[in-house]
Design a protein around this ligand. Structure first.
Ligand SMILES: Cc1cc2nc3c(=O)[nH]c(=O)nc-3n(C[C@H](O)[C@H](O)[C@H](O)COP(=O)(O)O)c2cc1C
Length: 295
């Protein structure tokens, strides 16, 4: 089958709308028929999505319709959301650091991943992979491995001689770690001793977004996918929190990466704690001033 759009000539009215939206100029009129010519198709499927006559399809082994367990996405319906509603919704998303014990159903976690994969991606590479940790006992196992990692790291960095000698083989990485993170990690380790989870905040599930880093902009792609999860979870009444410490550790420890079955060559782009919030916010969080220029 074709690696690009398949045009049903009986349905096609030759309106040319598909030609206008193709980002790679793959479609053109030849002998009065719309024809797919170039090898450059990035499978964005905009031609399929725009066609007013449903005359375009793709090899189903290459592209598929997103499908969800917990809600129905009616793609025929024109979605409209007011700017006010959208702003209120996205501004009311918070990083949740207190979760109820309630587990998150597998179908919901599956739908969050499915929705993640509807994010934009550079050259439409969609080169993201997901690892879902669906229950608290496994979250705790990962937390335990990460805790061991940081206990070892802090025991090295605590010693000023080791810290300064490390410059010879690790540059200033450990000096910076000591300055920026040592104290908060030390606190987290002490609190973990008392049974408090300052790493995953008691979340019953995790979604890890990773990538083999092939494609044009895999880092950005994975992060947009992860933010999609954060937004959709919020819409479903769930809370999320990006756990940067976990991403960093997974990328630094081959052993821990292996434990969660992530290929060594893959880079972890986001670890999201997921669960039902045990906290309610009364108003939007505030933001810092920023610089902007119109030129
Ligand atoms: C890349 C990234 C890493 C983060 N890592 C952590 C983390 O390790 N632990 C944590 O509690 N929050 C983490 N956060 C959450 C931020 O602290 C939070 O997004 C920020 O304070 C703004 O709050 P809001 O998300 O509620 O708007 C992280 C956020 C991002 C985007």
């Amino acid at each position: 089958m074709s690696e690009g759009p398949i045009i049903n000539i009986e349905k096609c009215t030759k309106c040319g709308t598909c030609i206008e939206v193709c980002p790679k100029d793959c479609l053109t009129f030849i002998d009065g028929k719309i024809t797919h010519l170039s090898d450059e198709c990035i499978l964005c499927s905009h031609c399929y999505a725009v066609c007013p006559h449903d005359a375009i399809s793709f090899d189903p082994t290459l592209l598929r319709t997103s499908s969800f367990y917990t809600f129905v996405l009616d793609i025929q319906q024109k979605h409209s959301i007011s700017a006010q509603n959208f702003a209120a919704f996205s501004m009311s998303r918070r990083s949740i650091r207190k979760y109820r014990d309630t587990p998150v159903a597998t179908e919901i976690l599956r739908d969050l991943v499915e929705f993640a994969a509807t994010a934009p991606s550079g050259s439409n590479c969609q080169n993201w992979e997901f690892t879902v940790i669906p229950d608290r006992s496994k979250v705790l196992e990962l937390a335990h491995s990460i805790r061991n990692f940081f206990e070892r790291l802090n025991s090295i960095v605590r010693n000023p001689i080791k810290r300064y000698l490390s410059v010879l083989f690790a540059g200033t990485a450990l000096i910076r770690y000591y300055r920026d993170h040592f104290a908060s990690v030390e606190l987290g380790l002490n609190e973990a001793e008392k049974g408090r989870d300052l790493l995953f905040h008691g979340a019953p599930a995790l979604i890890i977004v990773h990538s083999n880093m092939e494609g044009s902009l895999p880092l950005e792609d994975g992060q947009y996918a992860a933010y999609n999860i954060a937004l959709m979870a919020h819409a479903m009444g769930l809370g999320t929190c990006f756990i940067g410490y976990a991403s960093e550790t997974l990328n630094r420890s081959k052993k821990i990466k292996m434990r969660v079955n992530i290929p060594q060559k893959n880079r972890v782009l986001a670890v999201l704690a997921v669960g039902y919030p045990d906290v309610a916010y009364e108003r939007f969080a505030l933001r810092k001033n920023y610089r902007v220029q119109f030129i």
